[in-house]
Design a protein around this ligand. Structure first.
Ligand SMILES: *Cc1c(COP(=O)(O)O)cnc(C)c1O
Length: 382
């Protein structure tokens, strides 16, 4: 029977080519579906340590005030962030900070401010999937450059900028590939980008970048004074362990920040998230522990993958993309994913990233990584 009312005719046409974001499978969902008790979720790059106890304490206090609207200007958090982000070489002021409901919200706000039909945005193949979603929702055109060794080809990206381009997205490290771009390359890219094109440097995983990852690491904040067209985004979802609170932010020039705040929804960040983020920022010991756990978990997981003779993309983040080449492995990547689910291990398919033969595995605690490797071994040996 035909539907007498087809809402798609009146929808923004650029929405029609979009697909809903596919999140990692929730633990409860798998328990419900398969009646499993023990489930290991290594699917969403969450911090396996759980939240800092200091965050829980701060949130419990803030919970007594949930009848009040949150501070829409996030003054206290911005003040703390400005102090935290400022260094000897760079001073960050609160009028440079835009707080979002996750950095996803900030990325969306940026797209809505700088894109519209007739404009274009450049991003890389295999880049974070929120970029295509944010761009398409505005009706702007996406220019996708082919990846180089799974990572961003900045040369190709610079050359792909057209007259109508107003925005470029770069994730460093990138998700889901884990690829990393050194400072020298980023600076040389920024030098080539016309000053009227905004560059978004998404540093969701910057806390995990250590000297083993790069001898020439880049901190976008130190580049802001030289490149006024730069916006740096960061999040409390990954190393800070607050994914459920939905809170992230951008650092930019005060002028860009003012534009972003015109589009930002009032009260886009709730008061529990604000108080939790302040406490998380104060607990840098937790971040150091997270780095240690990630470093050893990455070593454990990649050693296990080596033993299984599986190849993976070297990752600067808290996850690794593992390849299951169809010419060598009988099971399809989707079959492997499904078989892992049956064994109570949730990883992440990355077919929407044009990586149909990879699964992304987040770094967990030692026993979680162990369970994942054991399940992989079992699945691949049949
Ligand atoms: C997880 C992630 C984010 C952050 O998402 P939130 O909305 O802050 O939870 C941003 N960029 C990349 C590349 C990510 O992987």
């Amino acid at each position: 029977m035909s539907n007498p009312f087809d809402a798609s005719h009146i929808a923004n046409p650029s929405i029609l080519s979009m697909r809903p974001y596919q999140a990692g499978k929730p633990i409860e969902e798998l328990q419900r579906e398969l009646g499993l008790e023990h489930v290991v979720k290594l699917a969403s790059n969450e911090n396996p340590l759980g939240p800092s106890p200091k965050v829980l304490e701060a949130m419990a206090k803030a919970a007594a005030e949930t009848h009040l609207y949150p501070d829409s200007n996030a003054y206290e958090l911005k003040k703390r962030l400005a102090a935290y982000l400022s260094s000897e070489s760079t001073s960050i002021d609160i009028d440079q900070l835009t707080i979002g409901c996750g950095s996803n919200d900030v990325l969306d706000i940026i797209a809505r401010v700088f894109l519209q039909p007739g404009k274009s945005a450049v991003y890389s193949q295999h880049a974070f999937v929120v970029y295509p979603l944010a761009v398409k929702a505005t009706g702007a055109r996406a220019i996708v450059t082919p990846a180089k060794d799974w990572g961003h080809d900045l040369q190709a990206m610079a050359q792909a900028i057209e007259a109508d381009t107003s925005l470029v997205f770069i994730a460093n490290p990138n998700n889901p590939t884990g690829t990393y771009i050194d400072r020298k390359e980023i600076v040389s890219f920024l030098d080539q980008v016309p000053s009227h094109v905004i560059v978004v440097l998404d540093e969701a995983y910057i806390e995990y970048v250590d000297s083993e990852v790069s001898t020439d690491p880049v901190d976008g904040i130190e580049l802001l004074s030289q490149y006024p067209n730069l916006i740096v985004t960061r999040t409390f979802s990954k190393a800070y362990g607050l994914a459920a609170l939905r809170i992230g932010y951008s650092i930019s020039s005060p002028e860009i920040c003012d534009l972003l705040n015109r589009v930002r929804a009032p009260f886009n960040v709730n008061s529990l998230a604000l108080s939790g983020a302040i406490a998380a920022l104060d607990d840098q010991d937790y971040i150091e522990r997270s780095r240690v756990v990630n470093r050893s978990g990455m070593a454990q997981l990649t050693k296990g993958l080596d033993e299984l003779q599986l190849s993976y993309i070297t990752s600067a983040g808290n996850f690794v993309a593992v390849e299951f080449p169809p010419e060598r492995i009988k099971l399809s990547t989707q079959d492997i994913y499904d078989a892992l689910l049956k064994l109570g291990v949730i990883v992440r398919p990355v077919a929407p990233y044009e990586m149909p033969n990879h699964l992304r595995i987040s770094i967990g605690l030692e026993h979680e990584n162990e369970a994942c490797l054991k399940a992989l071994k079992q699945v691949l040996s049949v």
